[in-house]
Write a new protein. Sequence first.
Length: 201
Amino acid sequence: MAAVASAHLFTRALWQVRGLSGLDNRLSMKRSACLSGLAGALMLACAPALDWREVRPAGSGIALLFPCKPNSHARQVKLGPDSVRLELHACTAAGTTWALAFADMGDPTRVGRALVELRTTAADNLAAVDPKTLPLKVAGATPNVASQRVQFQGRMPDGRAVTEQVAVFARGTHVFQAIALADKLDAAAADSFFGSMRVVP
């Protein structure tokens, strides 16, 4: 039987992606870009060092632009009271870790709680302070009051100061967590990444 990790561990493992060409994916999330039609306009805001490409993770129903080629990993994690299969796509470029994780909660009544947990635990993992709500619009996403994009300041386990943006949203019973994490986060590149996300058939 596969071991069940907590969502906390999944998010903490994002720290280990930074600086790695391959993903050391023990990624878990504590009770843890520029899109096709918009690509032309969005890429104008992207740093030259970033190599944007559209990614459509199988089974996610989501398309978005990553500034690097993401590695994908999946494992069972505990999200709320449930054990779910959580899949992560992540890579590091220009000193920033970019990631999208998703899971199917299987029950629409569990979606809101899962979104709150994905957002709050990402902040807790960095002992985050100074939260700032940012605009989030994912075309085709299922409306949910818990959907949100937040930026905050925090610290890595070694004490290094970092900035993280986290967006959580839903598509039906699927929940998503998108993350950009860096010592100094490029605001334009982050806007391109989060602004590129959309639901696809």
